[in-house]
Design a protein around this ligand. Structure first.
Ligand SMILES: *[C@@H]1O[C@H](CO)[C@@H](O)[C@H](O)[C@H]1NC(C)=O
Ligand SMILES: *[C@@H]1O[C@H](CO)[C@@H](O)[C@H](O)[C@H]1NC(C)=O
Ligand SMILES: *[C@@H]1O[C@H](CO)[C@@H](O)[C@H](O)[C@H]1NC(C)=O
Ligand SMILES: *[C@@H]1O[C@H](CO)[C@@H](O)[C@H](O)[C@H]1NC(C)=O
Ligand SMILES: *[C@@H]1O[C@H](CO)[C@@H](O)[C@H](O)[C@H]1NC(C)=O
Length: 421
């Protein structure tokens, strides 16, 4: 399944990294000392139906459920200008300025494999790369650190629409050609930013591989993490290291599963990303608001880990009510409109425009936001909220939180500093 050549490559690089065991890297941000405080630029270079439902609704074809089908089921000449307009307007340099002004130090930018390679005949529409270059320039101009996050791999690594292709079961892990194409993209990205560590300190080689899908997926992911270490940390040659940090994802496994994985001194510059959401199961979405806060506070003690641990996605939303959050055409667990879910409460007033939110709900959003910030900073190396903007799901967005008062203008200016005591 795994070609021996890549195993050998990995062990050569492993040996090389052992030689420099006492030579920690200088990534341009004091990870582990300073707290990462950031926001994701979701729904920009990777479309997500729930972030921009209008782009999907405007197609009036209910089979267009992700960026793959957006390209597949429309003429190129219809789809391309819609995407170009979106890329030009959804995130601009003024967003970077607002993010920096809000006291944040990182942005995480999801991008799909198809920006680099559609040689498998995938129907995606290309054109994202100049916007990635713009983002790097804007990060440099505003002093923000940019994390490049490969959010979709060929064949899909999780089957979520946010991987580009919504599938009942992912196929990336079953296809050696697709895995090698992904390795090549990571090499391209690593080479692009290897001398810009001060602006792009981190590459995240794959978002949310579905480790719960079984041992084969986990075996492929582990090998892919070894190969990614070589590709990101040695972009020059096998004896010259970069200062770029590799951010792994926990593949939805408990952190203990990854104990001793790529740890110092043999490995340098590795961070672990974990995503914390409290709404994607019936049990979680049925918690009371007080229980959500209690669950958040418990992370103060459960994020201790032997790598830099960054909560790379989380949200102050406590329900899955946002339209299309579970996929175009699917309802929510919270109000029982998703298949096999049980009604907890009405979604009215819990999603959409902040102008419809009660002052009690806004107070809860502030408390829950602060509880998570406290826990993720105490327990880990920091946090990156999902997400900066959404068309009509203010409960999720950092920008709406700033505008409506449930997120402070300075993320250290807490109103409920003792909420987890
Ligand atoms: C909506 O779709 C039409 C084609 O059906 C296209 O011309 C138009 O640009 C689209 N508008 C948006 C905002 O996506
Ligand atoms: C593409 O455009 C042609 C000509 O306008 C039209 O006949 C065809 O139905 C379109 N195909 C799709 C998938 O929209
Ligand atoms: C593997 O993916 C490639 C595209 O990268 C495709 O051409 C090929 O058919 C796939 N193989 C299988 C067995 O699905
Ligand atoms: C590796 O790359 C570095 C940086 O470009 C260079 O200084 C060094 O000579 C190279 N080493 C080898 C063995 O090619
Ligand atoms: C709902 O539950 C039934 C019975 O357990 C199962 O067959 C079906 O696949 C489930 N549907 C979804 C969408 O999860």
């Amino acid at each position: 399944m795994i070609p021996s050549s890549s195993r050998i490559f990995t062990s050569i690089l492993y040996a090389a990294s052992l030689v420099v065991a006492d030579n920690p890297i200088s990534p341009g941000f004091a990870y582990g000392t300073e707290k990462v405080r950031g926001v994701n630029l979701g729904g920009w270079l990777v479309l997500e139906p729930w972030i921009t439902p209008s782009i999907f609704d405007n197609t009036s074809n209910i089979d267009i459920v992700d960026e793959f089908t957006f390209g597949q089921l429309q003429n190129h000449s219809t789809a391309l200008p819609v995407l170009q307009n979106h890329w030009d307007t959804w995130i601009t340099e003024s967003d970077f300025q607002a993010i920096a002004a809000a006291g944040l130090n990182h942005v995480r930018l999801p991008i799909g494999f198809w920006a680099f390679d559609v040689s498998g005949g995938e129907p995606y529409i290309q054109g994202q790369l100049p916007y990635l270059q713009n983002a790097i320039t804007w990060a440099e101009n505003t002093g923000l650190k940019l994390i490049i996050d490969l959010h979709g791999a060929p064949g899909s690594q999780n089957g979520y629409d946010n991987s580009g292709q919504r599938l009942p079961f992912p196929t990336w892990q079953q296809n050696q050609t697709d895995i090698q194409r992904t390795d090549a993209i990571i090499k391209t990205i690593a080479n692009m930013v290897k001398d810009k560590t001060n602006v792009v300190p981190i590459i995240a080689p794959l978002n949310e591989p579905a480790g719960y899908d079984g041992q084969q997926m986990l075996d492929v992911v582990k090998q892919y993490w070894y190969d990614s270490y070589g590709n990101i940390r040695y972009p020059y040659n096998s004896s010259q290291e970069s200062n770029t940090v590799v951010m792994l994802h926990d593949a939805f496994q408990p952190l203990s599963y990854w104990n001793n994985f790529q740890t110092a001194p043999g490995w340098q510059g590795v961070a672990m990303d974990t995503h914390i959401y409290q709404m994607f199961s019936q049990e979680l979405v049925a918690q009371t608001n007080a229980q959500h806060i209690q669950t958040a506070c418990a992370y103060q003690t459960s994020l201790a880990f032997d790598l830099w641990l960054i909560v790379g996605e989380w949200t102050p939303a406590q329900t899955d009510c946002a339209k299309y959050l579970n996929g175009r055409g699917n309802g929510a667990r919270y109000d029982g409109t998703l298949a096999n879910s049980t009604f907890v409460g009405s979604c009215t007033g819990l999603t959409g425009s902040a102008s419809t939110f009660s002052s009690n709900f806004k107070t809860f959003l502030r408390q829950y936001w602060e509880a998570q910030v406290i826990a993720f900073e105490k327990g880990g190396s920091g946090w990156i909220q999902w997400t900066w903007k959404a068309e009509n799901a203010d409960e999720w967005t950092y920008s709406a939180g700033l505008a409506n008062g449930w997120i402070p203008q300075d993320p250290t200016d807490l109103k409920y500093p003792n909420i987890c005591d």
